[in-house]
Design a protein around this ligand. Structure first.
Ligand SMILES: Cc1cc2nc3c(=O)[nH]c(=O)nc-3n(C[C@H](O)[C@H](O)[C@H](O)COP(=O)(O)OP(=O)(O)OC[C@H]3O[C@@H](n4cnc5c(N)ncnc54)[C@H](O)[C@@H]3O)c2cc1C
Ligand code: FES
Length: 272
């Protein structure tokens, strides 16, 4: 019998971690292992409600569990936020193409993240750290609206101890006690000196941040072929069949969600 690709695997919500007032991380234990590559996405189903795409925020090497870091924005996510540890959701996938890590070997990797866009980037960061000798240097520039909106606050102290990894953080609006940068995340790019000829940049965040982050990277001298973007489009099948996620000649679910900027830069309205 042929497996039905639309049929989700049951996954138990083992743990729910409050990240910010509107972002939680759901630690899921699927009833059978789901092997994914960093940057690929899965479709999360709440039976009888809806399904939606999310990129695992955990490392693929931790293959017993999948963590999804999810912002509450609508139908499915509202319902998910009412669920408790021990309840069951569905997962199908993984889908699409993730980060081609081989392209990053021996290079300086600059990661630029904003808000919940840190979810796929955490998966990438953990993967890079597990293979740290393969990369020359890793720099994470992460921005959130306020200090309260920073995800993975508990993980940063541990990450800061890692060699080869530099972390710069900014908030749009500081509150008392914040002693890092205040300003849009792009201001952090003025503070890092990357060896441009030997560097790649990876960007994920809200569309406006992706747009201005990418333009700033270009101003700094990055070539479009050295910039990798995690694109989001409305999805349905996730399998390259329905056309909902078209981005120029590409389907985000099949050809992405990670794209090199040179491949999509001429598609109209890519930041919408
Ligand atoms: C490949 C891929 C990976 C993704 N990974 C993640 C992830 O790791 N974490 C995560 O939180 N989200 C992620 N998203 C976005 C996520 O799929 C949507 O937020 C989700 O579909 C919303 O479903 P919903 O039913 O709760 O909202 P809906 O009821 O479908 O939407 C409600 C309203 O919210 C708006 N909306 C939808 N998405 C967003 C958004 N991202 N930000 C602000 N407003 C929005 C809609 O335009 C609509 O007006 C990803 C999307 C894609 C395509
Ligand atoms: S979601 Fe159906 S083609 Fe991409």
């Amino acid at each position: 019998m042929v497996d039905n690709p639309y049929l989700p695997v049951e996954a138990k919500i083992e743990k729910i971690i409050d990240e910010t007032p509107n972002i939680k991380t759901f630690v899921l234990k699927p009833s059978r292992k789901i092997k994914f590559e960093t940057g690929q996405f899965v479709q999360l189903t709440i039976l009888g409600i809806a399904e939606a795409p999310f990129t695992p925020s955990s490392s693929p090497s931790q293959n017993e569990r999948i963590e999804l870091t999810i912002m509450k924005v609508g139908l499915l996510t509202d319902k998910l936020y009412e669920m408790k540890e021990g309840e069951i959701v569905g997962i199908r996938g993984p889908y699409g193409c993730g980060y081609s890590l081989g392209d990053f070997y021996d290079k300086e990797v600059l990661i630029l993240g904003g808000g919940v866009g840190m979810a796929p980037l955490r998966s990438l960061l953990l993967t890079l750290l597990e293979n740290v000798d393969k990369f020359r240097r890793i720099v994470l520039c992460y921005g959130a609206r306020t200090p309260e909106d920073i995800v993975y606050k508990y993980a940063f102290p541990e990450w800061k101890k890692k060699g080869k990894l530099e972390i710069l953080r900014s908030v749009d609006k500081a509150t008392p006690g914040w002693n890092e940068t205040e300003g849009l995340v792009t201001v952090l790019l003025d503070k890092v000196k990357m060896e441009l000829r030997n560097s790649v940049a990876v960007v994920c965040g809200p569309p406006i941040m992706m747009k201005f982050g990418t333009l700033k990277l270009m101003d700094l001298g990055y070539k479009p072929e050295s910039i990798y973007l995690s694109m989001e489009k409305n999805m349905s099948c996730g399998l390259g069949k329905c056309g909902h996620c078209a981005l120029g000649k590409y389907y985000v679910c099949k050809d992405g969600p990670v794209f090199r900027y040179d491949l999509i830069k001429d598609v109209p309205d890519i930041w919408l």
